[in-house]
Every structure is written in C-alpha cells, then in structure tokens.
Design a protein around this ligand. Sequence first.
Ligand code: ARG
Length: 594
Amino acid sequence: TEAAASAAEKAKMSAVVEVPTIEGSDPETDPLDAFKNVLAAQLSKLVDVDIKILYDALEAPRASENGHIALSVPRLRLKGNPSAAAADIVEKFQLNDYVLLAKADGPFVNFFLNHIKLAQSLFKKIYDTKERWGCNNHGQNKKIIVEFSSPNIAKPFHAGHLRSTIIGSFVRNILDANGFNTMSMNYLGDWGKQYGLLAVGFERYGSEEKLLEDPIKHLFDVYVKINQDAKENDDVHDEARAYFKKMEGGDKAALSIWSRFRDLSIVKYKDIYARLNIAFDVYSGESQVTDGMERALKMLHEKNLLTESDGALIIDLTKYKLGICVVQKKDGTTLYITRDIGAALERYEKYGFEHMYYIVASQQDLHLKQLFKILELLGFDWAKKVTHLNFGMVGGMSTRKGTVVFLEDILEETRDAMHEVMKKNEHKYAQIEDPLQVADNIGISAIMIQDASARRVKNYDFDWKRMFSFEGDTGPYLQYAHARLCSIERKTEMEVNPNADLRHLGDSKAAGDLITMIARYPQIVRETTRSFEPVNIVGYAMKLSHNVSQALESMYVMGAEKELAEARLFMYWSARMTLGNAMRLLNLKPQERM
Ligand code: ARG
C-alpha cells in the first residue's frame, strides 16, 4: 500500500490524465478498459502513433510475472528496433496512479497496474451489475436468429444434435451478453417421405396410450418396426410415398395425425431441454415451411437457374464446385434443401433478422454452402447475413445399454455416475439437500465442459472417466471452485460490504493476479463474438479458478480481523460473481454446495 500511496502522490503532481474513449473500447462497462484508455492516451504523448493503434497493441501478458498489461511494440510498426523502442518508452514513461511500474522485456513493455485502484472501480461495478456484469450493449438490440439442436422426430437424438444444442445455446448466450436481441429456434426434422412411413407404421403398430406416455420413444419404436417391414416389402415404400404426397397436398386427415405426433414430441422435448437449462423461443421445423418454397422455385425458374432432369428439378452448382442440387423430385415432392430455401426466405420476411446462425455439424458443410449460394443466386441482399457455425464429431457416446438413442438416456446415466462419485465423500454428501438434483446439474456440467474444451471443429471422444474428474479442466472442477467460494461467504456469516476498504488487500502478487483476471472478463465476452468458441470462456473460467485457489492459499477471510476480512470477502465475492457469470454463459447452473 505504501507503493500505491506514493504512486498516487506522483500522479497528482503529473498532469491529470483524462479518461478518453477510444473507438471499440468500453470503459463504461469495463473498468480495466478505462485503465487501458488512460495508458494509451499517455503513450500517445510519447510515441507518434495513433491512439487507437496503441490501444489495440495493449495485450494480456503471456505470464503473470510480466505484469498486467503488455504493450506489443512490433504492433506499432515503428521505424527501427522494437526492443530499443520499448526501452525508450520505459525511460520516458511517467508512473502514475494507474500504473505503478513499467518494464521493458524485449519488444514488449510490461505494465504493472495499481491493482487496488483497479479493484475499487471493478468490484463496485460488479456489485452494481451482478448477473449483468460483463455484458455490454454493442449489439444495440439487433435481431439475431440462432437455429440449433433441430433433432428429427421419431429418430435418434444423436451426438451431433447434442453438440448443436450445447454450442447453439452458448452462441445465443454470448450474443445476449453483447446486447443483441436473440431468438432461439429449433428447426425440427419433421417432414419428408420418412414421415409418411411413420404414419403408415402408426396405423399398424401405434398405441394411443404409449404415444401419450412417451411420444419420443414410442414413435421411434414404431419407426424402427415399419422400417423393418419396408425392407422386406417394397409396397410399404409406395404406401409411405403416397402418404407423404397426401401430406404435401394438404390432406386434412393426414396432416392432423402428423401434427399430433409433432405437438406431443415437442411437449416432451421441452422437458428435456429444461433439464439442460435451455428454452426455445420458436419451435419451427421442416413441416412449417409454407409457400416460401414455391415462391423460391418460381424465382429460380425466372432466373433460369432450374433445369429439368429426368422429371426432377435441379440447380447446377458445379461452377461453384458445389455439385448439383435436386430441389424437386419426379413426383413433385420437395427435399431437405428445398425446405431450407423456403424456411430462410420466410424467416427473413417474418423476423427481418440482422443475422442468422445455423449451428449444424460439419457433415452438413456442403448442404449449407449450397443453401447459401442459392440464396445469393436468388439475389437476396440478406444472403450475406447468414452464417454456418459448424463443429466436429463426437465418438464413443454410448451408455451401458449400448449406443445412445435418446438424450434422456445419456442424462440419466450421467446423473447416476455423478451420484456415485458424490457418495464417496460421505461427510459432504450428508450436507446436500437434494443430492440427485445436484448430481444431475454437475453431471450435465461435465458433459457441457467436455464439449466446450476444445475448438468447435475438433472431433473428440466421449470420456466418462475424465469428464467426471474433479481435477483437471472439467465441469465438476468449475462447479467445485464455485461452491468453494460460496462456502467462504457462508462460513464467515458476513454480508458483502461494498464500501470495504480495499487498500487492505495489499500488494501481494496473488491479489494483483486475481483482480486483473476478474477484470479481463468483459473483454473476453466481447471477443468471443468473433470466434463463437466456447473454449475461450472455458479457458478463462479455469484460469480464474486457479487464481482463486492461489489467493486462498495466503489470503484467508476466516480468522482475519474485520476490515481485512471485509476487503478479502469483497474480492472473493467478486470472483464468485464473475465465475458464476462465465459458467452461466456456458449454460451451467453454478452450484452453491456440492
Ligand atoms: N434436422 C437436421 C438433422 O438432424 C438438422 C437441421 C439443421 N438445420 C437446417 N436448417 N438444415 O440433420
């Protein structure tokens, strides 16, 4: 604190530094950014470089030994040797109330911040904003559609759907946190000849009772049986085609059976998604596309993009190395791609989105490229407002019963396995009110964090053992870190005091590291809109948790004298809020006890 006090003196003597707002920066919602703005302003007086360029060259140092903010001199594109320039900047730099130390390190200048001053504005901001801490208004409430999950009725909910669900919901949360007005949409696979087949199957094997009891499982069973029949007897296929033709023709009876299957399935899906902490604003689906298809086909025809081939209608995209797209079959029925064209058109007309994201496995890269190309060829100016966010495959996702067919089975097995792990710690287990519920939440965290621990495009193998571990970068580890912070608050039985005197935090490295790590959160939230990589947030949450355990080694709350305890409690409370917010972005329910 002595160092801080003397630096404060110095700062008073030097000219008062105004806090400017640099484009792309956000000192309003981000206290660390305010420090960066001051630093950039000060540096702009020392080197002849635009303030915005200086600001952009301020980075998080690679290691915490290198201070809290590093200036990457090569990024300034100065003439001459960057290392010499770095030394020169340090030489001329005036220490002040914000920056206590500047050190040259090769082509970098490492700045050590007055972390007490930072903590003062930072913790106050967190206290004032709580669950909104880290959010900003950059999105200006612009409308964004995020389409994800999108399973197929009567078919298995496979790993690809699970990933789409996890990543999609994350993308939505990130956009919300950045001030966009998002709409989550589930585009069910619920149309096509195979659903004619399902209807035929229901006439043979369907049971009203079972349908009401568990529509998803029952329709799947019926579907498996009728597919077997169809394999043995080609007539079944003809029946199915005829039925689907009736559906497409708007036959009331055919459609009413179909919409019951769909409605009952949705009720059940909603329950399962709720368990994952996910809700959809809109349940759309292939069956919901109406005249958009016809209108699109007409436009394609007028633009000379349709060719007849064997009675079917195709679009030749070979020029673009995207193959040939069949958009209408010989019998006049539509296909997956046709419905996607119509759906996109109808969505734009209905919602006028600023952007739309499709969260779909990379197996469908070609399909979405074709779709986007067709929208472009149709001349829609909004064709550039659609993006495919893809992801790799998950291997080895099977339960004791075998390969996974239903999402519920995976969740069941996860919960039970987690429950077994929890039981091993008898003492803690006894204190948990609803252990099965907690096991469910932590188990789901394990799945989600495993999924979010590498870049989206990477394939990975489901690893039951590793994902449940409390060590290493796992979901249970994050939950444990959060619960531990909650237990500090419980045990001290003190209220968080927003007026705590933070000078008591002192100048320990552990405190400085933890404070700056907390302070980095808003920037991570902003940056993640560029990559939509959940691993950015996971990586951050892990680092934050490590900094918390480091601080806890030397900075106790229990047993410390009152003012010191208050300052530390406010710091841990702020860390807990930040960790909780990061976990919520990842769709986790932060646990208070486990
Ligand atoms: N239902 C599809 C499937 O399971 C995924 C839908 C993806 N979204 C889209 N607009 N095509 O493969």
